[in-house]
Write a protein that binds this ligand. Structure first.
Ligand code: GUN
Length: 282
């Protein structure tokens, strides 16, 4: 069994982005800029936003944080997004989800200029991903693919099972695995015989948001297990969707939480922001 080191792979990706950023600065005096919008005071969102800002510093981007109070109105948030759409020194706009309940996240995502949509959540970018003709890849699924590549784990012809069908992870994850010629099954809360379906997987991706949901009897011997979860166990400790201690010995590869997929999400965001900057200055 080998543990996939997301921190290490992420650091390698960020180093490549840093080098290219330096070159952009030297050749054209351009610095990529990312605007991060956070509404309210969700502690998990605060941690993610801080990590994204930190990554910007590491790779040499400019980052701007817009921290809005929980009572922000839809109109105020849309106004901010529209302003950021027109700001020339901002190449990427990220509105941290989830938003407070009174806000309509779909409308906010659709208000972002698709060229600055570094999360790849806008319908235009989602459509391009479906067609395989994208500018930006969704951060978490692309981070997973980068890990598989980094450890030379082939996808072609493999049984790939994704647990979870969210727009952010499950659905695009299935699509990226399909693009690399995996045989993809997406499972969800209504799936019958879930354990049996999961046991078919050569590559099992857990993105359900339930702590330690994937048990040893759901995993085939020698499977690659990718844990997208960021959950809290019964003691409030950070854990994933996979019961790591009981599953790990069955796997050929497994990602830990923390230190697995999480850092990869952020390094893909850096790649997307650099790409946005290059496309906007073309
Ligand atoms: N909330 C959880 N994951 C993400 C993400 O990748 N992007 C944004 N904007 N919000 C999130």
């Amino acid at each position: 069994m080998q543990i996939i080191d997301g921190k290490k792979v992420s650091a390698e990706v960020k180093e490549r982005v840093r080098q290219q950023t330096l070159q952009l600065k030297n050749d054209y005096n351009i610095t990529p800029g990312l605007a991060v919008v956070i509404v309210g005071d969700d502690p998990a969102s605060r941690v993610y936003v801080n990590n994204k800002k930190k990554a910007c510093e590491v790779v040499g981007f400019k980052s701007e944080e817009y921290a809005l109070p929980a009572k922000t109105t839809q109109e105020e948030l849309l106004d901010l997004v529209k302003t950021l759409n027109t700001k020339e020194d901002i190449n990427g706009i990220l509105v941290q989800l989830p938003l407070p309940k009174h806000l309509d996240d779909k409308a906010v995502i659709e208000a972002i200029d698709p060229k600055k949509d570094v999360d790849a959540f806008h319908a235009v970018n989602v459509g391009k991903i479906m067609l395989g003709e994208y500018d930006f890849l969704p951060c978490t699924p692309a981070g997973v693919m980068e890990m598989l590549h980094s450890y030379d784990i082939p996808v072609e012809g493999k049984e790939c099972v994704v647990i979870g069908r969210s727009n952010i992870v499950g659905k695009p994850m299935g699509m990226l695995l399909l693009h690399e010629n995996g045989t993809v099954t997406i499972c969800h809360s209504r799936t019958k015989n879930l354990a049996e379906v999961c046991r078919r997987a050569d590559i099992l991706v857990a993105a359900v948001g339930i702590p330690k949901f994937v048990k040893a009897d759901m995993v085939k011997d020698g499977a690659v297990v990718i844990d997208v979860g960021m959950d809290r166990d019964e003691n409030g400790k950070l854990c994933g969707d996979v019961d790591f201690e009981n599953v790990k010995d069955k796997c050929s590869f497994i990602t830990p939480v923390p230190g697995g997929v999480g850092p990869m999400t952020i390094s893909t965001l850096m790649k997307n922001t650099l790409k946005a900057c290059k496309l906007q200055n073309n």
